[in-house]
Design a protein around this ligand. Sequence first.
Ligand code: SF4
Length: 202
Amino acid sequence: MDEKRKQFQALVSEAAACVRCSAMCGRTAVLSDLNGPIDARVMFIGEAPGRKGADRTRIPFSGDQSGRNFERFLTSINLQRSEIFITSAALCNPRKATGANRRPTASELRNCSDFLRRTLALVDPAVIVTLGMVALEALKSLQYHELNLRKDAGKIRLWNGRLLVPLYHPSPQVLITSRDERAQLRDYKVVARAMRRIGNPP
Ligand code: SF4
């Protein structure tokens, strides 16, 4: 096993055993080979696994409507899952007492930021794509930025020596309230442009 794979397996084991967030103790972190190849040039970062999605399937953005939207957007630029690594700002699924998904709290995001930092350092992608405000904000704790989803969505920015494309989250609610299908399809073309810029077109 090469060194990078060994380090990734150690990170996966550490995340699987992690109990830093008391409300997440019954959950398992979504981090494994199913997140994508560790030598991917492009990394997508979401908010947290969804109850009906990655928390169930163990595959980020799969099994729920957000996942189906995400796959449609990837297909629109001919980008395969086998070309990308996907992770999230919080690795476990945050739930309300009712069982519904909720946003990860600030302290849960702080707790998990070390996993994000180490995953990013290990995969070392040339392009980062954040999906939603929480993911974009989570990068601030690794290296400060002043990017703002409304202003910077669908644009190529520089962050931490990499190209960063902030996108809206592919959830059905966001498609209705903040960024519709047509606008999101336009945003994904910018991801393809960023990939061409690093000499790795989808
Ligand atoms: S969300 Fe992250 S820090 Fe919190 S318990 Fe899960 S793996 Fe640990």
